[in-house]
Write a protein that binds this ligand. Structure first.
Ligand SMILES: NC(=O)c1ccc[n+]([C@@H]2O[C@H](COP(=O)([O-])OP(=O)(O)OC[C@H]3O[C@@H](n4cnc5c(N)ncnc54)[C@H](O)[C@@H]3O)[C@@H](O)[C@H]2O)c1
Length: 351
């Protein structure tokens, strides 16, 4: 049995973490902390958690707790990771790992020095279509990857959480973008060496935070990529197109569907793609999975993480990968301010 303590009692805990954790026999959720004690109390009551408090350290220092689940605003992750690592706890942390490269590296060193396990929550990776695309790439069906195009468009997430912390500085770059950047790095299997970003606050500076950006990346393996990330499009789209020397894949993550093409594309490809996607979405609507979206994938992700702890092998989304995702997001934010490319060589050497 693994005893879990949760830090943060907001939207993602109620919709993603607790429905999964409470449905896993090997997990015992022992306690929850939120600086808003009333919220912690209500969530504890709703999910039958025996203990709640307003002080995260109380849970982190509890010797009976094995795993700390960090679900607080992203700029608080670093401090909580360091405290949990010092206490020898394994850690599940929401994406993004942190919002600055300096914090990411502090967290990285704390985790490596303590010898604990940490997994970043990248639940969008767990759509079966995404795993299938990764498998096709690994098996060499696309040849060498030379280019990628990612799109992550959402509305302002006001229907998700009433919290205001998202609407500052990097804004959308640290909200939906971590899922897209994670997928692009993971599918390509190569680290990013340079980032250039365009956009920012495209309301003419009225909002004071990034609400739209186009991020251009160059990978170590020579591939180039572009990611369009926006809160201002009134749309909900999450797609990644992968171009290789041996073929292309167009992946629609939200609709759990991919289509692979070789040679010249014909209207027949369009017809097959539309039929395939329609069948996929109809099936998911009928079995109600469509409406659960990425929340459905907390369970397999947590299960994989626990397996990696038990077998003492690398986590599904290890901290080193989390550092790379943060480096790209932070690099994009710095690029927007400096209006120049940011080079990410040797990020692990930054003091
Ligand atoms: N993986 C996903 O699909 C997904 C979806 C949404 C959010 N997230 C991530 O989850 C995290 C939380 O997002 P959310 O939407 O639940 O936000 P939220 O604002 O709804 O909840 C955060 C909670 O943390 C509490 N809190 C703030 N600082 C704290 C501290 N130092 N100690 C204890 N509690 C503290 C707040 O009072 C609040 O209740 C973020 O990192 C976000 O990026 C991930």
């Amino acid at each position: 049995m693994i005893n879990v303590g949760i830090i943060g009692a907001g939207a993602v805990v109620r919709r993603g973490h607790l429905p999964a954790l409470k449905d896993m026999k090997e997990i015992n959720v022992k306690a929850i902390a939120d600086i808003d004690e009333n919220l912690a109390k209500n969530v504890a009551r709703e999910f039958q958690i025996p203990s709640f408090c307003s002080e995260p350290l109380k849970i982190i220092k509890d010797p009976s707790i094995d795993l700390i689940d960090i679900c607080t605003p992203s700029d608080t992750h670093c401090e909580l990771i360091k405290l949990a690592a010092q206490e020898g706890k394994n850690i599940l942390v929401e994406k993004p790992l942190t919002t600055t490269i300096e914090d990411a590296l502090q967290a990285y060193h704390a985790v490596v020095e303590a010898g604990v396990k940490l997994n970043v929550v990248q639940n969008w990776r767990y759509f079966p279509a995404v795993f299938q695309v990764k498998e096709r790439i690994n098996q060499g069906y696309l040849g060498k990857i030379v280019g990628m195009e990612g799109v992550a468009l959402t509305n302002f997430p006001t229907a998700w959480t009433r919290s205001k912390w998202l609407y500052s500085q990097g804004g959308v770059l640290f909200d939906f973008a971590p899922h897209l950047i994670d997928l692009m790095i993971w599918l390509n299997g190569s680290e990013v060496k340079a980032v250039y970003a365009l956009g920012g606050d495209i309301t003419g500076g009225n909002m004071g935070f990034v609400n739209h950006a186009q991020v251009i990346m160059e990978f170590d393996n020579g591939a180039t990529a572009t990611a369009i990330i926006s809160w201002v499009t009134e749309s909900f789209t999450f797609t990644v197109d992968v171009y290789g020397t041996g073929g292309n894949i167009t992946l629609d993550v939200r609709n759990a569907h991919y289509y692979e093409m070789h040679g010249a594309q014909t209207p027949l490809d369009d017809i097959r793609r539309v039929i395939g996607k329609t069948l996929r979405v109809t099936k998911d609507i009928l079995n109600k999975n469509y409406f659960k979206g990425a929340m459905l994938y907390y369970k397999p992700l947590i299960r994989d993480f626990i397996k990696s702890i038990k077998e003492n092998r690398e986590e599904p989304v290890p901290i080193r990968h989390g550092v790379m995702v943060t480096a790209v997001l932070d690099g994009a934010f710095r690029s927007l301010r400096k209006r120049q490319a940011i080079y990410l060589d040797n990020i692990f050497d930054i003091a």
